[in-house]
Design a protein around this ligand. Structure first.
Ligand code: NAD
Ligand code: KPL
Length: 307
């Protein structure tokens, strides 16, 4: 019997991963917050995944966070701001050589989790797949993409990548996962906050070329200061390409604000500004953008994140 995939966070990405692993015959165990969530999940009969042309419910095993039993492999699929608390709640269950796969966007939460679980192998992931929840225990696979996985402390590929292959999860082992995460963070910082402040789709940023260019220049300097020159390579060109390719879409941060959901600001722009301060890297426009975004979130009654 293969090692079970414990999945903490039965939201959009957690459902997408859990359902694909389960239908490929991998043992999957959902970790739910408490008995009420467990009862609600059991009443629903499982997790439903909608894909183009069909919806299927998978009756995946579930238990609460504080149930018994060691956890050898954990897929952490919550938001970045929930990651630390989530790991704390399962710490006593983590096996001595546990592996944690961290699906969080941005940076900062992965390092916090690694510090809490120093004996575990932490594998960071960066994903371009898209999924959203359309009801309790229901998710829609909205956009095919790719997931890069890597461990900056141990470059040996994880031994279970064949299980992802069998489950149809498009992936690749990355020997420089931090560079990938920084690059994605920079793209998100150049696009997402401006879409919130101008209340526009990604394509609306073509009306603000100078702001986008200035932010890309500062982000590029910051990446060099942080020892990530590869993540800075042709950043501005890439940002313009992403804006053009996703012109009709609302950014994930814009969607969060519209739907009155907390954003991951602290792990994107907040992380970038804190890194700039730490490295004494001058980034006045990034800081002004951060201040403007915080103000805007406050005006929407949403958590504005750390200063
Ligand atoms: P989500 O909000 O849909 O799901 C998170 C789930 O975690 C929720 O069901 C929440 O209740 C659960 N959770 C939080 N704390 C918990 C705890 N202590 N115990 C049990 N459950 C807990 O989030 P998502 O969209 O799946 O995003 C997860 C991460 O993946 C984010 O960092 C996001 O930026 C990143 N990401 C998402 C997508 C996407 O398309 N959804 C794409 C790429 C990256
Ligand atoms: O990842 C994105 C998001 O909306 O979060 C893109 C489309 C790249 C915009 O930054």
């Amino acid at each position: 019997m293969n090692t079970a995939w414990h999945v903490l966070g039965a939201g959009s990405l957690g459902t997408l991963w859990a359902c694909r692993l389960a239908r490929a015959g991998q043992p999957v165990q959902l970790l739910l917050r408490d008995r009420e969530h467990l009862a609600s999940y059991r009443a629903a009969g499982g997790l439903s995944l909608s894909e183009p042309g069909h919806t299927q419910t998978y009756s995946i095993d579930a238990q609460t966070l504080i149930d018994d039993g060691p956890i050898q492999r954990l897929l952490l699929a919550c938001k970045a701001y929930d990651a630390e608390a989530a790991i704390r709640s399962v710490l006593p269950r983590l096996a001595a050589n546990a592996e944690l796969v961290l699906l969080q966007n941005g940076l900062g939460s992965q390092q916090a989790v690694a510090a809490l679980a120093p004996h575990a192998r932490c594998i960071f992931a960066s994903s371009t797949e898209g999924a959203f929840r359309h009801g309790p225990w229901q998710a829609t696979f909205a956009g095919h993409g790719h997931t890069w996985l890597g461990d900056s402390l141990d470059l040996t590929p994880a031994p279970w990548l064949n299980e992802l292959q069998a489950a149809g999860i498009s992936h690749e082992w990355s020997v420089d996962i931090l560079s990938r995460l920084w690059r994605k963070l920079a793209l998100n910082c150049a696009i997402n906050p401006l879409t919130v402040l101008y209340d526009c789709r990604n394509g609306g940023l073509t009306a603000h070329p100078c702001e986008v260019a200035t932010l890309c220049a500062e982000l590029s300097d910051l990446l060099h200061c942080c020892g990530q020159p590869e993540a800075a390579y042709q950043l501005h060109e890439d940002v313009l390409k992403v804006i053009a390719a996703t012109a009709a879409n609302y950014s994930s941060m814009h969607q969060d604000v519209t739907q009155r959901r907390r954003t991951e600001i602290d792990y994107l722009l907040g992380y970038a500004c804190a890194a700039a301060t730490r490295h004494a890297c001058p980034t006045p426009h990034l800081h002004a953008l951060h201040a403007g975004l915080r103000q805007c979130l406050q005006a929407h009654g949403l958590p504005a994140g750390r200063v």
